[in-house]
Design a protein around this ligand. Structure first.
Ligand code: ADP
Length: 161
């Protein structure tokens, strides 16, 4: 069984992430969206909340699972018997860091491939931090994150004010 792992912070999940999830679900028997618990920036949502928001956005994608991981991604990949790390690329600015990470992961286990999926044009400017910033200033985020999680984002931002 071909298993791909799509790791990230997903704080919160955006339509850019969903686009990568939907496209990779067609390429693998199973895709595991892996929420990083040891995410360096202080997250807005807890790992459980981030997982729940993704889960709620996954209708019609039976071969996609949501999980979380802590520590070395490669250890997690092994624990799931996965063969591929899935990454999204937005712009050249993502490239250098992702290139370094991919080479480091190859050094850790050369049998595990990293594949990069190019973002869809309309989401190329989109990041979770941009969503949080715009929403916290009262801007409209419709069309940029799954519709049914929009109220959760505004609600959560209110609690930290
Ligand atoms: P961010 O906080 O920068 O939005 P994450 O750590 O949650 O990013 O991202 C997880 C993965 O999703 C990374 O591989 C990242 O490059 C990718 N990604 C994030 N946003 C997009 C987007 N708009 N289009 C395509 N890939 C994306």
């Amino acid at each position: 069984m071909k298993i791909g792992v799509y790791p990230g912070s997903f704080d919160p999940v955006t339509e850019g992430h969903m686009d990568i999830i939907k496209r990779s679900a067609k390429m693998f028997d199973k895709v595991i969206v892996a929420v990083a618990r040891n995410y360096s920036k202080k997250p807005l949502f807890t790992a459980e909340e981030r997982m729940e928001l993704i889960q709620r956005s996954l209708q019609g994608l039976p071969n996609v699972e949501v999980d979380s991981f802590e520590g070395l991604l490669m250890d997690y990949i092994h624990s799931k018997d996965a063969q591929v790390i899935i990454k999204g690329l937005r712009a050249i600015s993502d490239f250098e860091y992702e290139f370094q990470m991919a080479l480091m992961n190859r050094k850790l286990d050369s049998k595990v491939e990293t594949i990069f999926m190019m973002t869809s044009y309309k989401y190329s400017f989109l990041s979770s931090s941009m969503i949080k910033e715009v929403a916290s200033l009262g801007g409209c985020i419709a069309g940029l994150v799954p519709e049914n999680i929009i109220p959760d984002i505004y609600r959560k931002l209110k609690t930290i004010r």
